[in-house]
Write a protein that binds this ligand. Sequence first.
Ligand code: MRU
Length: 337
Amino acid sequence: MIMKPIYWENHYLVLLDQRELPERRKYITCTNVEMVIDAIKTLAVRGAPLIGVAAAYGMVLIAQEALTNKNFHGYFYKSANQLKEARPTAVNLSWAIDRMMHVYKTSLFELLYENLLKEAQQIEAEDKMLCENIACQGSNIFRGKKELQLLTHCNAGALATAGRGTAIGVISKLHELGQVKCVYVDETRPLFQGSRLTALELMENQIPCYLIADNMAADVMKNRKIDAVIVGADRIARNGDVANKIGTYNLAVLCQYHHVPFYVAAPFSTLDKTIEKGEDIPIEERESDEIRCYKGVSIAPSTVNVYNPAFDVTPHELITGIITENGVFTNPFDIKV
Ligand code: MRU
Protein backbone atom coordinates (compact mmCIF):
# COMPACT_ATOMS: atom_id res chain seq x y z
CA MET A 1 0.00 0.00 0.00
CA ILE A 2 1.56 3.27 -1.08
CA MET A 3 -0.52 5.41 1.30
CA LYS A 4 -0.18 4.34 4.90
CA PRO A 5 -3.39 5.56 6.59
CA ILE A 6 -2.05 5.63 10.15
CA TYR A 7 1.21 5.60 12.09
CA TRP A 8 2.63 6.56 15.46
CA GLU A 9 5.66 8.85 15.37
CA ASN A 10 7.51 10.86 18.01
CA HIS A 11 4.73 10.44 20.62
CA TYR A 12 1.98 11.56 18.24
CA LEU A 13 -0.60 9.88 16.00
CA VAL A 14 -0.27 10.64 12.30
CA LEU A 15 -3.35 10.14 10.10
CA LEU A 16 -3.76 10.31 6.35
CA ASP A 17 -6.55 12.85 5.88
CA GLN A 18 -8.98 10.76 3.84
CA ARG A 19 -11.29 13.72 3.27
CA GLU A 20 -8.69 15.08 0.87
CA LEU A 21 -8.38 11.93 -1.26
CA PRO A 22 -7.96 11.36 -4.11
CA GLU A 23 -6.70 14.87 -4.92
CA ARG A 24 -4.22 15.39 -2.08
CA ARG A 25 -2.21 13.13 0.19
CA LYS A 26 -2.06 15.19 3.33
CA TYR A 27 -1.24 13.93 6.82
CA ILE A 28 -2.59 15.28 10.12
CA THR A 29 -0.48 14.99 13.27
CA CYS A 30 -2.79 14.47 16.24
CA THR A 31 -1.10 15.79 19.36
CA ASN A 32 -4.12 15.37 21.62
CA VAL A 33 -7.28 13.28 21.85
CA GLU A 34 -9.54 16.16 20.74
CA MET A 35 -7.80 16.02 17.36
CA VAL A 36 -8.39 12.25 17.15
CA ILE A 37 -12.07 12.68 18.05
CA ASP A 38 -12.43 15.36 15.38
CA ALA A 39 -10.66 13.18 12.79
CA ILE A 40 -13.02 10.28 13.55
CA LYS A 41 -16.16 12.46 13.51
CA THR A 42 -15.27 14.18 10.25
CA LEU A 43 -14.09 10.95 8.57
CA ALA A 44 -10.48 12.05 8.16
CA VAL A 45 -9.93 8.56 9.54
CA ARG A 46 -12.70 6.06 8.87
CA GLY A 47 -13.58 2.42 8.29
CA ALA A 48 -14.51 0.33 11.31
CA PRO A 49 -11.17 -1.45 11.98
CA LEU A 50 -9.08 1.68 11.38
CA ILE A 51 -11.32 3.71 13.70
CA GLY A 52 -10.51 1.08 16.36
CA VAL A 53 -6.77 1.40 15.76
CA ALA A 54 -6.97 5.23 15.80
CA ALA A 55 -8.95 5.11 19.06
CA ALA A 56 -6.35 2.82 20.65
CA TYR A 57 -3.61 5.36 19.88
CA GLY A 58 -6.00 8.10 21.02
CA MET A 59 -5.97 6.43 24.44
CA VAL A 60 -2.17 6.70 24.49
CA LEU A 61 -2.51 10.42 23.80
CA ILE A 62 -5.00 10.66 26.69
CA ALA A 63 -2.43 9.09 29.03
CA GLN A 64 0.18 11.57 27.81
CA GLU A 65 -2.12 14.51 28.49
CA ALA A 66 -3.43 13.11 31.77
CA LEU A 67 0.08 13.17 33.21
CA THR A 68 -0.08 16.96 33.32
CA ASN A 69 -3.55 16.96 34.87
CA LYS A 70 -4.05 17.05 38.63
CA ASN A 71 -6.99 14.66 38.44
CA PHE A 72 -5.26 11.97 36.34
CA HIS A 73 -7.94 9.29 36.66
CA GLY A 74 -10.89 11.65 36.23
CA TYR A 75 -9.33 13.13 33.11
CA PHE A 76 -8.53 9.68 31.71
CA TYR A 77 -12.08 8.34 32.15
CA LYS A 78 -13.77 11.49 30.85
CA SER A 79 -11.61 11.63 27.73
CA ALA A 80 -11.98 7.89 27.06
CA ASN A 81 -15.78 8.28 27.19
CA GLN A 82 -15.69 11.24 24.82
CA LEU A 83 -13.56 9.21 22.41
CA LYS A 84 -15.99 6.28 22.63
CA GLU A 85 -18.83 8.55 21.57
CA ALA A 86 -17.10 9.91 18.46
CA ARG A 87 -19.10 7.59 16.14
CA PRO A 88 -21.84 5.24 17.30
CA THR A 89 -22.12 2.40 14.76
CA ALA A 90 -18.67 0.83 14.29
CA VAL A 91 -18.27 -1.50 17.26
CA ASN A 92 -14.49 -1.57 16.77
CA LEU A 93 -14.31 1.86 18.44
CA SER A 94 -15.67 0.72 21.80
CA TRP A 95 -14.00 -2.68 21.42
CA ALA A 96 -10.56 -1.06 21.11
CA ILE A 97 -11.23 1.39 23.96
CA ASP A 98 -12.37 -1.44 26.24
CA ARG A 99 -9.13 -3.31 25.49
CA MET A 100 -7.10 -0.21 26.31
CA MET A 101 -9.14 0.36 29.50
CA HIS A 102 -8.26 -3.14 30.63
CA VAL A 103 -4.55 -2.28 30.28
CA TYR A 104 -5.17 0.98 32.12
CA LYS A 105 -6.82 -0.84 35.02
CA THR A 106 -4.20 -3.57 35.29
CA SER A 107 -0.94 -1.61 34.76
CA LEU A 108 1.42 -0.21 37.31
CA PHE A 109 1.32 3.58 37.06
CA GLU A 110 5.04 3.78 36.12
CA LEU A 111 4.44 1.37 33.21
CA LEU A 112 1.10 2.76 32.08
CA TYR A 113 2.22 4.81 29.09
CA GLU A 114 4.52 2.06 27.82
CA ASN A 115 1.87 -0.64 28.26
CA LEU A 116 -0.84 1.42 26.55
CA LEU A 117 1.44 2.11 23.61
CA LYS A 118 2.31 -1.59 23.34
CA GLU A 119 -1.38 -2.53 23.37
CA ALA A 120 -2.21 0.01 20.64
CA GLN A 121 0.66 -1.34 18.52
CA GLN A 122 -0.60 -4.85 19.18
CA ILE A 123 -4.13 -3.93 18.06
CA GLU A 124 -2.66 -2.45 14.87
CA ALA A 125 -0.46 -5.51 14.21
CA GLU A 126 -3.34 -7.90 14.91
CA ASP A 127 -5.58 -6.03 12.50
CA LYS A 128 -2.97 -6.39 9.77
CA MET A 129 -2.78 -10.14 10.40
CA LEU A 130 -6.58 -10.48 10.55
CA CYS A 131 -6.85 -8.91 7.11
CA GLU A 132 -4.45 -11.55 5.73
CA ASN A 133 -6.46 -14.36 7.29
CA ILE A 134 -9.78 -12.93 6.08
CA ALA A 135 -8.29 -12.63 2.59
CA CYS A 136 -7.29 -16.32 2.64
CA GLN A 137 -10.63 -17.48 4.02
CA GLY A 138 -12.49 -15.39 1.44
CA SER A 139 -10.39 -16.46 -1.52
CA ASN A 140 -11.03 -20.14 -0.67
CA ILE A 141 -14.72 -19.60 -1.46
CA PHE A 142 -13.82 -18.92 -5.08
CA ARG A 143 -11.28 -21.74 -5.50
CA GLY A 144 -11.12 -22.91 -9.11
CA LYS A 145 -13.10 -19.93 -10.42
CA LYS A 146 -11.60 -17.62 -13.02
CA GLU A 147 -12.49 -14.31 -14.67
CA LEU A 148 -14.44 -13.22 -11.61
CA GLN A 149 -16.53 -10.07 -11.88
CA LEU A 150 -17.10 -8.67 -8.40
CA LEU A 151 -18.92 -5.68 -6.99
CA THR A 152 -18.18 -3.75 -3.80
CA HIS A 153 -19.60 -0.80 -1.90
CA CYS A 154 -17.95 1.96 0.17
CA ASN A 155 -14.34 1.28 1.17
CA ALA A 156 -13.36 -1.80 3.13
CA GLY A 157 -9.76 -1.78 2.00
CA ALA A 158 -6.32 -0.70 3.12
CA LEU A 159 -7.67 2.78 3.89
CA ALA A 160 -10.19 1.28 6.31
CA THR A 161 -7.87 -1.07 8.19
CA ALA A 162 -4.27 -1.43 9.29
CA GLY A 163 -3.73 -4.10 6.64
CA ARG A 164 -4.89 -4.95 3.14
CA GLY A 165 -8.55 -4.55 4.02
CA THR A 166 -11.46 -6.90 4.60
CA ALA A 167 -13.66 -6.97 1.46
CA ILE A 168 -10.86 -5.47 -0.63
CA GLY A 169 -8.41 -7.83 1.09
CA VAL A 170 -10.38 -10.77 -0.32
CA ILE A 171 -10.58 -9.11 -3.74
CA SER A 172 -6.86 -8.24 -3.86
CA LYS A 173 -5.96 -11.80 -2.82
CA LEU A 174 -8.11 -13.17 -5.62
CA HIS A 175 -6.39 -10.75 -7.99
CA GLU A 176 -2.97 -12.03 -6.85
CA LEU A 177 -4.21 -15.53 -7.62
CA GLY A 178 -5.10 -14.39 -11.14
CA GLN A 179 -8.84 -14.96 -10.66
CA VAL A 180 -10.26 -11.45 -11.06
CA LYS A 181 -11.46 -10.04 -14.35
CA CYS A 182 -12.80 -6.80 -12.91
CA VAL A 183 -14.41 -5.10 -9.94
CA TYR A 184 -17.42 -2.78 -10.10
CA VAL A 185 -17.19 -0.04 -7.49
CA ASP A 186 -20.29 1.78 -6.21
CA GLU A 187 -19.38 5.44 -5.84
CA THR A 188 -21.17 5.39 -2.43
CA ARG A 189 -23.14 8.55 -1.89
CA PRO A 190 -23.11 10.82 0.00
CA LEU A 191 -19.39 10.87 0.91
CA PHE A 192 -18.06 8.92 -2.08
CA GLN A 193 -15.83 6.43 -0.27
CA GLY A 194 -16.19 4.14 -3.31
CA SER A 195 -15.09 6.62 -5.96
CA ARG A 196 -12.59 8.56 -3.86
CA LEU A 197 -10.98 5.68 -1.96
CA THR A 198 -11.81 2.21 -3.31
CA ALA A 199 -11.29 3.12 -6.96
CA LEU A 200 -7.97 4.71 -5.99
CA GLU A 201 -6.85 1.63 -4.03
CA LEU A 202 -7.82 -0.78 -6.79
CA MET A 203 -6.03 1.30 -9.40
CA GLU A 204 -2.89 1.53 -7.26
CA ASN A 205 -2.98 -2.27 -7.01
CA GLN A 206 -3.59 -2.55 -10.76
CA ILE A 207 -6.87 -4.35 -10.22
CA PRO A 208 -9.15 -3.65 -13.22
CA CYS A 209 -12.22 -1.74 -12.08
CA TYR A 210 -15.24 0.17 -13.27
CA LEU A 211 -16.69 2.96 -11.20
CA ILE A 212 -20.49 3.04 -11.20
CA ALA A 213 -23.06 5.37 -9.64
CA ASP A 214 -24.93 3.60 -6.84
CA ASN A 215 -28.16 3.47 -8.84
CA MET A 216 -26.47 1.40 -11.59
CA ALA A 217 -25.94 -1.76 -9.53
CA ALA A 218 -29.20 -3.43 -10.64
CA ASP A 219 -28.37 -2.80 -14.27
CA VAL A 220 -24.85 -4.15 -13.80
CA MET A 221 -26.19 -7.32 -12.19
CA LYS A 222 -28.67 -7.79 -15.02
CA ASN A 223 -26.49 -6.91 -17.99
CA ARG A 224 -22.99 -7.88 -16.88
CA LYS A 225 -22.32 -11.14 -15.09
CA ILE A 226 -21.54 -10.46 -11.40
CA ASP A 227 -20.14 -13.49 -9.56
CA ALA A 228 -20.38 -12.00 -6.07
CA VAL A 229 -20.83 -8.82 -4.08
CA ILE A 230 -18.33 -8.45 -1.22
CA VAL A 231 -18.66 -5.68 1.38
CA GLY A 232 -17.31 -4.86 4.85
CA ALA A 233 -19.18 -4.42 8.13
CA ASP A 234 -19.37 -1.93 10.99
CA ARG A 235 -21.23 -4.13 13.43
CA ILE A 236 -22.69 -7.62 13.27
CA ALA A 237 -25.50 -8.78 15.54
CA ARG A 238 -25.56 -12.31 16.99
CA ASN A 239 -28.19 -13.42 14.49
CA GLY A 240 -25.96 -12.37 11.56
CA ASP A 241 -27.66 -9.05 10.70
CA VAL A 242 -25.01 -6.65 9.43
CA ALA A 243 -24.70 -2.87 9.73
CA ASN A 244 -22.58 -1.39 6.97
CA LYS A 245 -22.45 1.74 4.82
CA ILE A 246 -25.83 3.00 3.69
CA GLY A 247 -26.70 1.32 0.40
CA THR A 248 -25.40 -2.11 1.42
CA TYR A 249 -28.93 -3.33 2.11
CA ASN A 250 -30.03 -2.23 -1.39
CA LEU A 251 -27.26 -4.37 -2.86
CA ALA A 252 -28.25 -7.41 -0.80
CA VAL A 253 -31.85 -7.11 -2.00
CA LEU A 254 -30.66 -6.81 -5.61
CA CYS A 255 -28.40 -9.84 -5.14
CA GLN A 256 -31.31 -11.97 -4.03
CA TYR A 257 -33.37 -11.01 -7.08
CA HIS A 258 -30.45 -11.63 -9.47
CA HIS A 259 -29.17 -14.78 -7.69
CA VAL A 260 -25.79 -13.21 -6.93
CA PRO A 261 -23.98 -14.40 -3.77
CA PHE A 262 -23.68 -11.62 -1.18
CA TYR A 263 -20.68 -11.80 1.17
CA VAL A 264 -19.66 -9.70 4.16
CA ALA A 265 -15.97 -9.71 5.17
CA ALA A 266 -15.07 -8.58 8.70
CA PRO A 267 -12.87 -9.45 11.64
CA PHE A 268 -14.55 -11.43 14.40
CA SER A 269 -14.30 -8.38 16.67
CA THR A 270 -16.97 -6.70 14.52
CA LEU A 271 -19.46 -9.14 16.02
CA ASP A 272 -21.20 -7.45 18.93
CA LYS A 273 -22.15 -10.26 21.27
CA THR A 274 -24.30 -7.87 23.33
CA ILE A 275 -26.63 -7.28 20.39
CA GLU A 276 -29.05 -9.95 19.36
CA LYS A 277 -30.50 -8.51 16.15
CA GLY A 278 -29.85 -5.75 13.65
CA GLU A 279 -32.61 -3.42 14.78
CA ASP A 280 -30.76 -2.94 18.09
CA ILE A 281 -27.62 -1.63 16.36
CA PRO A 282 -27.26 2.16 16.84
CA ILE A 283 -27.25 3.86 13.46
CA GLU A 284 -25.43 7.15 13.05
CA GLU A 285 -27.36 9.98 11.43
CA ARG A 286 -25.17 12.65 9.91
CA GLU A 287 -25.74 16.26 9.07
CA SER A 288 -28.06 17.36 6.28
CA ASP A 289 -25.47 19.29 4.32
CA GLU A 290 -23.69 16.05 3.42
CA ILE A 291 -26.66 15.42 1.12
CA ARG A 292 -27.49 19.00 0.16
CA CYS A 293 -23.94 19.99 -0.80
CA TYR A 294 -20.80 18.52 -2.24
CA LYS A 295 -17.50 20.16 -1.27
CA GLY A 296 -19.32 23.33 -0.29
CA VAL A 297 -21.28 23.51 -3.58
CA SER A 298 -25.04 23.40 -3.19
CA ILE A 299 -26.71 20.52 -5.09
CA ALA A 300 -30.19 20.88 -3.54
CA PRO A 301 -32.40 23.63 -2.14
CA SER A 302 -30.50 24.83 0.93
CA THR A 303 -33.42 24.27 3.33
CA VAL A 304 -34.81 20.99 2.01
CA ASN A 305 -35.45 18.38 4.71
CA VAL A 306 -32.93 15.58 4.67
CA TYR A 307 -32.73 12.06 6.08
CA ASN A 308 -29.09 10.97 6.24
CA PRO A 309 -28.38 7.67 7.98
CA ALA A 310 -24.72 6.72 7.52
CA PHE A 311 -25.39 2.98 7.73
CA ASP A 312 -28.12 0.47 7.10
CA VAL A 313 -28.77 -3.03 8.37
CA THR A 314 -28.82 -5.99 6.02
CA PRO A 315 -30.96 -8.81 7.39
CA HIS A 316 -29.09 -12.09 7.75
CA GLU A 317 -31.50 -13.87 5.40
CA LEU A 318 -29.97 -11.93 2.52
CA ILE A 319 -26.36 -12.78 3.39
CA THR A 320 -24.71 -15.76 1.73
CA GLY A 321 -21.73 -15.78 4.08
CA ILE A 322 -19.79 -13.75 6.63
CA ILE A 323 -16.07 -14.13 5.99
CA THR A 324 -14.01 -13.86 9.19
CA GLU A 325 -10.50 -14.88 10.19
CA ASN A 326 -12.10 -17.86 11.92
CA GLY A 327 -13.87 -19.15 8.84
CA VAL A 328 -16.92 -18.38 6.75
CA PHE A 329 -20.26 -18.39 8.57
CA THR A 330 -23.27 -19.19 6.43
CA ASN A 331 -26.98 -18.80 6.86
CA PRO A 332 -28.50 -19.89 9.28
CA PHE A 333 -26.03 -17.92 11.38
CA ASP A 334 -25.24 -19.24 14.78
CA ILE A 335 -22.17 -17.23 15.63
CA LYS A 336 -20.64 -18.52 18.84
CA VAL A 337 -18.55 -16.04 20.81
O1 MRU B 1 -18.50 5.94 7.19
P1 MRU B 1 -17.33 5.05 6.91
O2 MRU B 1 -16.53 5.45 5.71
O3 MRU B 1 -16.47 4.85 8.14
O4 MRU B 1 -17.99 3.65 6.58
C1 MRU B 1 -17.16 2.55 6.29
C2 MRU B 1 -17.88 1.31 5.99
O5 MRU B 1 -19.08 1.25 6.01
C3 MRU B 1 -17.04 0.09 5.78
O6 MRU B 1 -17.65 -0.77 4.87
C4 MRU B 1 -16.86 -0.66 7.11
O7 MRU B 1 -16.45 0.22 8.11
C5 MRU B 1 -15.89 -1.76 7.00
S1 MRU B 1 -14.23 -1.21 6.72
C6 MRU B 1 -13.25 -2.59 6.67
